[in-house]
Design a protein around this ligand. Structure first.
Ligand SMILES: C[S@@+](CC[C@H](N)C(=O)[O-])C[C@H]1O[C@@H](n2cnc3c(N)ncnc32)[C@H](O)[C@@H]1O
Length: 287
């Protein structure tokens, strides 16, 4: 079993969220996915792998960028994500796009199969991100690019609302303590990529404003993505109180005309594989 994705419950969360994932009328994954593809500089005719493709926020802009002369493969471990995205690919008539169940921890493709590997908001969910990045480096052509997006900063009101929700978790299921983040800042990212055999060529930061009608809309959005990992452990009879506390925490995000706006910053890192090691000097002595 190559991935702990199943065992740590991450994939189960996304499997349950798949129907509403990125379909709650909130601008979030779409603009970040489009930016990732832009930064990766995908060109017509290229072969692209999108790991953890979800509902296609990266996959569809990548398919547009490669055009029909290219080839885009999306993999995800949540079968419902794969099925729903594959349906949309078929509906859109994108015959150069293939979506299948596959593990982003250890994608199963021959070495050098791709011009670009794209990973939108997924590497930090994997059991061993460093190991996954090494695998991506091997999948790339020598001149290929890896483009990865990771969170740079959450809106303070969002952080406060998460804390308010977490206050309603059962005592025997506290929120996990934050682990060391290999993507915490530019220095950490550069070191993480270097350890995986990749040279960073650019790190850029992008902000997206996400608007919500009200706190109920925000909660609907929270259930539709990784936020579900927290919500599903709040006992049903505490959800109303948890929502009320979250609403209080979200007050600073209230807009004058009504509704809420939260700003999220994401980093896009582009890296290339280190050149293959030079062959060892051979001795000139001949028999
Ligand atoms: C936050 S979503 C990002 C989806 C998409 N890239 C986007 O930008 O909207 C993370 C996705 O990664 C998938 N995922 C999590 N662990 C995975 C793994 N080990 N292998 C493949 N997919 C995985 C989840 O099922 C989910 O669809």
């Amino acid at each position: 079993m190559s991935s702990g994705g199943r065992s740590n419950g991450t994939v189960e969360v996304f499997e349950q969220a798949a129907t509403s994932y990125d379909r709650t009328g909130v601008s979030f994954f779409g603009p970040f996915g489009a930016e990732l593809v832009r930064r990766a500089g995908i060109r017509p005719g290229e072969r692209v792998l999108d790991v953890g493709c979800g509902r296609g926020a990266v996959l569809f802009p990548a398919a547009q960028a490669t055009g029909p002369t290219g080839q885009v493969t999306g993999i995800d471990l949540a079968p419902a994500m794969v099925a729903l995205t594959a349906e949309e690919v078929t509906r859109a008539g994108l015959t150069h796009v293939d979506v299948r169940v596959g593990d982003a921890q250890q994608p199963d493709f021959p070495e050098g199969s791709f011009d670009a590997v794209l990973a939108g908001l997924v590497v930090f969910l994997l059991p061993d991100p460093g190991h996954a990045l090494r695998a991506y480096a091997r999948l790339l052509q020598p001149a290929g690019r890896l483009a990865v997006s990771t969170f740079a900063a959450q809106d303070p009101a969002f952080v406060a609302a998460l804390d308010a929700l977490a206050g309603h978790l059962p005592a025997d299921r506290p929120r996990p303590a934050p682990a060391a983040d290999p993507f915490a800042d530019d220095v950490a990212i550069t070191a993480t990529m270097a350890a995986a055999g990749l040279t960073v060529t650019a790190i850029s930061e992008h902000r997206v404003d996400s608007r919500f009608r009200d706190v109920d809309h925000w909660m609907e959005w929270m259930w539709s993505h990784g936020g579900r990992a927290l919500l599903r452990h709040i006992p049903a009879d505490r959800l109303d109180a948890a929502t009320t506390d979250a609403a209080r925490a979200l007050e600073p995000a209230r807009r004058p005309g009504g509704g809420l706006t939260l700003t999220t910053a994401v980093r896009v890192t582009v890296a290339t594989p280190h050149p293959a090691a030079e062959p060892q000097e051979t001795s000139e002595r001949h028999p």
